[in-house]
Each structure stands twice: as C-alpha cells, then as structure tokens.
Design a protein around this ligand. Sequence first.
Ligand SMILES: NC(=O)c1ccc[n+]([C@@H]2O[C@H](COP(=O)([O-])OP(=O)(O)OC[C@H]3O[C@@H](n4cnc5c(N)ncnc54)[C@H](OP(=O)(O)O)[C@@H]3O)[C@@H](O)[C@H]2O)c1
Length: 334
Amino acid sequence: MSDQFKALLINQDGESFTREIKSIEKNFLKHGDVTVKVEYSGLNYKDALILKNGARLVKEFPHIPGIDFCGIVEESKHKDFKPGDEIILTGWRVGEIFFGGYSQYAKVNGDFLVKKPKNINLRQSMILGTAGLTALMCSFTTKATREELLLGDKVENVIVSGASGGVGSIAVMILNKLGCNVTAVTGKDNNSEYLKSIGAKNIINTSELSKDSRPLDKGLWDGAVDTVGGKVLENILAQTKDAGIVAACGNAADIKLNTTVMPFIIRGVKLWGINSVTASIKRRQFLWNEVGKLIDFEILEKSIKEINLDEVIDVYPKMLKGETSGRYIINLNK
Ligand SMILES: NC(=O)c1ccc[n+]([C@@H]2O[C@H](COP(=O)([O-])OP(=O)(O)OC[C@H]3O[C@@H](n4cnc5c(N)ncnc54)[C@H](OP(=O)(O)O)[C@@H]3O)[C@@H](O)[C@H]2O)c1
C-alpha cells in the first residue's frame, strides 16, 4: 500500500465549507478493520448533498465522502476477508459518519462488506451501486414476496415511478426481466424511448398521478415500486389491485403521504418500506448474486458517465439542480 494517496476531503471551519483533493497518509484512515484499494465509487444524490454542506449527516470534519464503493482488499483483521478479495460496499452510513469511498484507499468495518459475485466485474458493481441494490430490494419485494412468501397470485402489471432515475430505471429493467408488464412513470417525455429500451411496455407522465387521489380508484397494478412519495404514491396505492405490494423507497417528490385506510382494508394492499442502508449482509449477498441474471449491462452502460475525483467537484452542483441524468461512477485510478 502506498504511504501517500489521493482523497477528496470536505472541511467545515466556521462559515467556510471546503472541498479539496488532497494527498493523505494511511494513518489518516481511522475507522474499521479492512483496508480496501478503492477502484470505483458512485456519485449519488446523497453524496451531492454531503458535498454541498455535510447535509447534517456528517458529524466530524475533515471528512471523506462517498456512500458506495468497490475495490480489492489490501489488509484485513476481519475473519471473513483476506487480501485480494473483491468487495462491494453500500450504505451503513459509510461516507456520512464513517469515511467513504472518495479516496484511493478506504478502511471500513468488515461486517459491512459483501463479496463481489464472480459473474460481474468491479466496474459493473458500481454501475449499480446503492441505486442498484435498492432497486433489487424493491423489485423482489413487489414480485417475489407476493408470489413466493405470501403464496399470492402472479404479479403481472407493475408500475414504477421516478422511472428515469437511478433506482427507477434499474427497477424497470429487473421487473421486465422477471416477466412483468412494466408501466414507467416519468416527468420527462423525451425519456420514453430510453425507458422502452430498458424494458418498459407503457409510459405515463408523472402529471397524471400528481392529482388528488380518491380513497380507491380502478385497480390497475399487481405491484408497484415508488421512488418519489407524495401524491404519486397516494394515487398508486388507490390504483393497486387486491393483495398488491407497493414497495416505497424514496421521497424525490415529497416526504408526505396523505392517504386513507381503504386500499389496505378493502383490497389488502401492502405498503412495504424499503431501506437498503441497513439491509442484512445475507440479503445483500443473495441480491448481488441475482444481478448476473437480471441486469443487461450493455444497455445500462449507455447512460453511465465515468469521471475522476476532480470532476466530482464540478458535477455535484449540477446534480443538485437536476441538470444531470444517468449514473456517475468515479474511477479512483483516473
Ligand atoms: N430507502 C433507501 O434505502 C434508498 C436508497 C437509495 C435511494 N433512495 C431514495 O430513492 C429516491 C430515488 O433515488 P435515485 O437515486 O433513483 O434518485 P434520482 O436518480 O435523482 O431519481 C429520482 C427520479 O425521481 C423523479 N422525480 C424527481 N423529482 C420529482 C418530483 N418533484 N416529482 C415527481 N418525480 C420526481 C425523476 O424521475 P423522472 O425523470 O423519470 O421523472 C428522477 O429521475 C430518492 O428519494 C432517494 O433518496 C432510498
């Protein structure tokens, strides 16, 4: 391991908030029992908020952001990992209260790590990252939980909101691969062709689901993945058929949910909250092992932008203004 390596550091000193690429030393890394040579990290909306001002998520400065990363174990005091292992990290508040992946080396608690499945490469694991794991959790909840765990009817017609976002687009692809007819909800009409290319059969505009909802509407969906919350989620609940599962993971539109008990007590609809940050390692390992069957990387690749640490500082304000699209991955060797 090199004594000196590059990292993006944020610092707060009174009114001043800085972001700088610095050369740091190994002993600067203070958390965890596994040292990883980071190959790729991701730029997520949460990262952009942290880069802006710490987003009240970062408690101590200076800090290294980066909520997801992948790489190769360099040193380990953890029983499950040895040098050379290829690992994936998402969540667990790494990049928030623990140092994250915007660094050529990261030191992390081995209990947070997942071994990369052999049938995908490290770059592909970060093409998915946090958004991909969350989409996998939502899609399996909507489809497999009803069919397998609850022994319910087949899930055919599903709806995905925020469909051109990171979680939404990957959920569209997975649910299509799982054999569902996917309706994608998007505010961007010019994304229709892209959404069809990743597996959407029908497209509806977000405005159609942004009206006040009725307690119950015509039942249209066997299941749903909602990434936006608010009125869109209210309308989806009212349009979900008997025993449908609505997996809710996000609040891109609103944190509020103004609904009635009717979908739950008349149709037995289930509103299933998704939190990928603290999902168990057992569940993560299962889901990452499904990726090879469910994800078409050739298609996803078209919407990927690979950047370096310096470029992160230029791109994050655009992400906060909604001016970016597709997933940004950060190559730590670039
Ligand atoms: N619970 C968890 O564990 C977890 C994990 C990861 C992410 N999340 C959350 O999941 C959500 C989606 O994350 P992401 O990474 O996919 O974000 P993203 O890439 O920014 O996508 C969000 C999408 O939501 C839609 N959208 C944005 N603003 C909207 C508005 N005002 N009204 C209606 N739709 C709107 C847009 O889709 P269109 O362009 O198609 O309109 C946008 O692309 C976020 O709220 C994020 O915090 C939760």
